[in-house]
Write a protein of this length. Structure first.
Length: 265
């Protein structure tokens, strides 16, 4: 199936690792020109090198702290200069790294969760909208999380931030419908990412096996998926690529679960 992404201009914020990098890979393999935004210069450079071999030979890497509004504005201005103001696709894959139950989280941790998980997306949308509106067609894909639908006590701030992303994206889809810019959310379940593998190691399980990791999620949280394994990043990336494509021509304001059958809500 041709997704209509050939020569599209796409930027993935948080695209240097995990599901963001997988999304960037899938977009590159479909022929898009891809830029990745990340905080780590080394990770961004590695991602650009990989994308160059995956179908985006002129991949762009931008090192930026999306918690800093001026830094975001500068990064997107640079992208506009490189691409002559062209942008078709914005993917926001940044998420907060805040764990703790409601009764122990500090004000600072709540602020961090919202800053990393919500305001980062707001800043990037705001910076990219002039380019998206000038383009012949545009798509925005924001990452939420399946945990907004199946709560875990130790993810109170993380889940609240992701729920805000879902709600804000629905509102944004309403605003941009008149411009025919489609806005959708993808909500991954348990996926084998560096963050998940690192968490597993912190509780004594040194493994990146998707079956073992899903078993650990079941033991620790009681939230096993219907499928007996965790997902892989490229399985999320494939859904993102469709939502970001011209082939998706009539879906907007949707929240798409990619979770191994954890829930149907």
């Amino acid at each position: 199936m041709d997704l209509g992404l050939g020569d599209a201009a796409a930027v993935v914020v948080g695209g240097s690792r995990g599901m963001g990098l997988a999304s960037a890979r899938c977009l590159a393999e479909e022929g898009a020109r891809v830029a990745v935004v990340g905080r780590s210069e080394a990770d961004v450079a590695a991602a650009v090198g990989e994308l160059a071999g995956r179908g985006s030979p002129d991949a762009v890497g931008l090192v930026a702290d999306v918690r800093d509004a001026a830094c975001v504005t500068s990064a997107f201005a640079e992208l506009g200069r490189r691409w002559n103001g062209e942008l078709n696709v914005l993917v926001n894959a940044v998420g907060p790294d805040v764990r703790g139950t409601f009764d122990v989280l500090t004000d600072e941790q709540w602020h961090d969760a919202v800053d990393d998980g919500v305001l980062s997306m707001v800043r990037c949308v705001r910076a990219s909208l002039p380019m998206l509106r000038r383009a012949e067609w545009g798509r925005i894909v924001n990452f939420s999380a399946q945990s907004t639908q199946r709560q875990s006590a130790s993810l109170a701030a993380y889940t609240a931030a992701k729920a805000m992303v879902t709600s804000a994206s629905k509102n944004l889809s309403l605003l941009l419908a008149r411009d025919e810019i489609l806005v959708n959310v993808v909500s991954p379940g348990t996926v084998v990412t560096p963050a998940l593998v690192g968490w597993a190691a912190s509780v004594g399980v040194e493994s990146d096996d998707p079956y073992r990791l899903m078993g650990l999620i079941d033991t620790e949280y009681g939230h096993a998926a219907q499928l007996p394994r965790a997902g892989m990043p490229d399985e999320i990336g494939a859904v993102v690529a469709f939502l970001a494509s011209r082939r998706n021509s009539y879906m907007t304001g949707a929240n798409v679960n990619v979770d191994g059958g954890s829930d149907f809500t």
